[in-house]
Design a protein around this ligand. Structure first.
Ligand code: DC
Length: 224
């Protein structure tokens, strides 16, 4: 089987971890499209480009040479830009703060969607993001919309960040997740939506293993 599987959902819903593990279980490739928008954002910061100059940001996205090295086991795949491994830079606070603003630029989205579609050829792929089922792979074999309450999603982000930054304030994290939700769902170009034909999974009270099992069973049932 070489299916294409689209997974969308808001920040902190657990979709990336679930997608990565599901890909391992199915022996599929996994593409984290959020990492692509993050890579553009990091390069924008590095090149000191003003986000108000949208054409310049889109131009940078277009000419940027971005490569993924496949992940081994449960590890994340590496992102190499112009020969530099920037994987560890993708979740720094400056990128977290700016990525939604970069991702709402039409020119950036057009370039990313083109690259993502090119990578989907031959199937055997799980792609996650915000517009995968609605825009990038509208004909995907399976579409999932993974979500959780704002409180729970903020709690997950907090648990991740507190390890590195012990003075992190939970309420601040919650505000920042809510701010990103607002930008991602209200932007003009391909906002985050639940595609009509997607299966919704609320992960608020589920463990990651339970989420992966649910996805896996739906795919198995749908293809048997
Ligand atoms: O999933 P993430 O938190 O790494 O996503 C980072 C940002 O990129 C987020 O603000 C939404 C945006 N994004 C998007 O607009 N479209 C995608 N397909 C993936 C991510």
């Amino acid at each position: 089987m070489s299916l294409t599987i689209a997974i969308d959902g808001p920040a902190g819903s657990g979709k990336s971890t679930a997608a990565r593990r599901l890909a391992r279980r199915l022996n599929y490739r996994y593409l984290d499209t959020g990492a692509m928008y993050r890579a553009v954002t990091y390069e924008v910061i590095r090149s000191d480009i003003d986000l108000n100059y949208e054409e310049e940001v889109a131009h940078l996205a277009e000419k940027m040479e971005m490569n993924f090295t496949p992940a081994e086991g449960d590890k994340k795949s590496r992102i190499i830009v112009e020969g530099r491994d920037i994987t560890d830079k993708l979740r720094i606070p400056e990128v977290n703060d700016k990525v939604s603003r970069v991702a709402r630029i039409k020119g950036v989205r057009e370039v990313m969607v083109k690259k993502q579609r090119a990578m989907s050829a031959n199937g055997g792929l799980i792609m996650d993001g915000r517009d995968i089922g609605s825009q990038v792979l509208p004909n995907a074999d399976f579409k999932f919309y993974i979500t959780a309450t704002l409180e729970e999603r903020a709690r997950r982000r907090y648990k991740e960040i507190i390890k590195k930054k012990p003075d992190t304030d939970f309420e601040e994290i919650k505000k920042s997740v809510a701010r990103r939700d607002k930008i991602d769902t209200e932007r003009c170009y391909s906002p985050l939506i639940k595609p009509e034909d997607a299966v919704e999974i609320d992960t608020t009270d589920l463990s990651i293993n339970e989420v992966v099992d649910k996805l896996y069973n739906i795919i198995k049932e749908g293809t048997s």
